[in-house]
Write a protein that binds this ligand. Structure first.
Ligand code: NAD
Ligand code: DAU
Length: 342
């Protein structure tokens, strides 16, 4: 029987993965290990807490003793590491915690995996490749060239995982995901922020000219991609997970506003994110070779996500009415002062 430690399982992708994995593999035992930062929310798994197959340990992945004890007590045979600080804008406002969690935290997990002989699957990101020029699509063998504190911390973690496989021969796999959208994404990220702002009739703050390109992939397809690698991936290998198709942020905004029936005059172009990567794009043929295909195209993924926020105000209204307000003002008040409609 698989006995999984899912770090960051109360976050956006982690909680979607836990729900997906338990539905597909009901015989598995899942231990969620999560610090419950602002982005980690018990309510993301409200429907599952009564299940006998799932439990929660509240802790930091940097706490080596607690990670070791949890893995030993629960006879864990697979760690899937979703835990991270994940928002680029937050990494610009306060970068050090990104190194603590994303680099040192991953390093601690590797040490425990090495000591106890556990397979580790690490969740990395397309941001490790940096800004992608022209028509190129990143291959797993491309050099890493991160450009934000978040991306640099994820690249360091990604390389530590690979170094441990080479040096100590521990069984690892890595997936590098594109920009995910879907249920339970904290509203600091663009699609849930724009959706919830549109629902509330508030303005949509688009950084710069809005022509940056992203592969907006449905979180469901990320979960099936990770599952494919866990079940059929080559040990030691890296796999990109996305749709391989990008759109501009302005196209994404159009889909959100059209889906929610809101007026495009809500759009405001505001001061750009420093060091904003212009384009991400990945080649996903290697994952396809495992028999995986994405179910959603990016347009459907964004529209479906926007609809979820319209239908699930219970989930995001308490967040928007709490400490999120302080962050929002810090990030946007100056940017929005004196902006014009498009
Ligand atoms: P999220 O911010 O929604 O959730 C992160 C989770 O990690 C939360 O539950 C949080 O409480 C937990 N956490 C944070 N610090 C921790 C620590 N020190 N110890 C234990 N738990 C801690 O993030 P997400 O969007 O679900 O991303 C999950 C993973 O996927 C991350 O590794 C991220 O880098 C990666 N990723 C995200 C995307 C995306 O589009 N969101 C795309 C590719 C890769
Ligand atoms: O690409 C994978 C990455 O996707 C993950 O590794 C990160 O964890 C995840 O946060 C996400 O990073 P991005 O920076 O691409 O996502 P975000 O939702 O913050 O922004 C998406 C795009 O929208 C990006 O080009 C910046 C732009 N944007 C974002 C916000 C929050 C705006 O124009 N305005 C905004 O207010």
């Amino acid at each position: 029987m698989e006995r999984l430690l899912i770090t960051g399982g109360c976050g956006f992708i982690g909680s979607n993965f836990v729900r997906y994995w338990l539905a597909q593999h009901p015989e598995s035992r899942i231990v969620i290990y999560d610090k419950l930062t602002y982005a980690g929310r018990r309510e993301n798994l409200l429907d599952l807490w009564d299940s006998a197959n799932i439990s929660l340990v509240v802790g930091d992945i940097g706490d080596q003793e607690l990670v070791r004890k949890t893995c030993t007590d629960e006879s864990i045979n697979l760690i899937v590491n979703f835990a991270a600080e994940t928002h680029v804008d937050q990494s610009i406002l306060g970068p050090l915690v990104f190194t603590d969690t994303n680099v040192r935290g991953t390093h601690v997990l590797l040490e425990v995996a090495r000591e106890l002989g556990i397979r580790l699957h690490h969740i990395s990101t397309d941001e490790v490749y940096g800004h992608i020029k022209d028509e190129h699509q990143s291959l797993e063998t491309d050099e890493l060239a991160p450009r934000s504190p978040y991306a640099a911390s994820k690249a360091a973690a990604d390389q530590l995982v690979q170094a441990y496989a080479v040096t100590y021969g521990i069984p690892v796999t890595i997936t590098r995901g594109a920009n995910n959208v879907g249920p339970y994404q904290y509203p600091e990220k663009a699609v849930p922020l724009f959706s919830t702002n549109a629902i509330l009739g508030e303005v949509i703050p688009v950084y710069g000219d809005g022509l940056q390109m992203r592969d907006y992939a449905h979180v469901y397809d990320h979960c099936t991609g990770i599952e494919a690698v866990l079940l059929r991936g080559e040990i030691g290998a890296v796999y990109n997970v996305g749709t391989g198709r990008e759109m501009t942020n302005l196209e994404m905004v159009d889909i959100v506003l059209d889906t929610l029936g809101q007026d495009h005059s809500l759009v405001r172009h505001v001061a750009d994110r420093p060091g904003h990567d212009r384009r991400y794009s990945m080649n996903v043929d290697k994952l396809r070779s495992l028999g995986w295909e994405p179910k959603y195209d990016p347009r459907q993924a964004v529209a479906e996500a926007a609809r979820w926020y319209a239908e699930n105000r219970w989930w995001w209204e308490p967040i928007r009415n709490s400490e999120f307000r302080e962050y929002y003002n810090r990030q946007y008040a100056e940017r929005l002062a004196g902006t014009q409609t498009t």
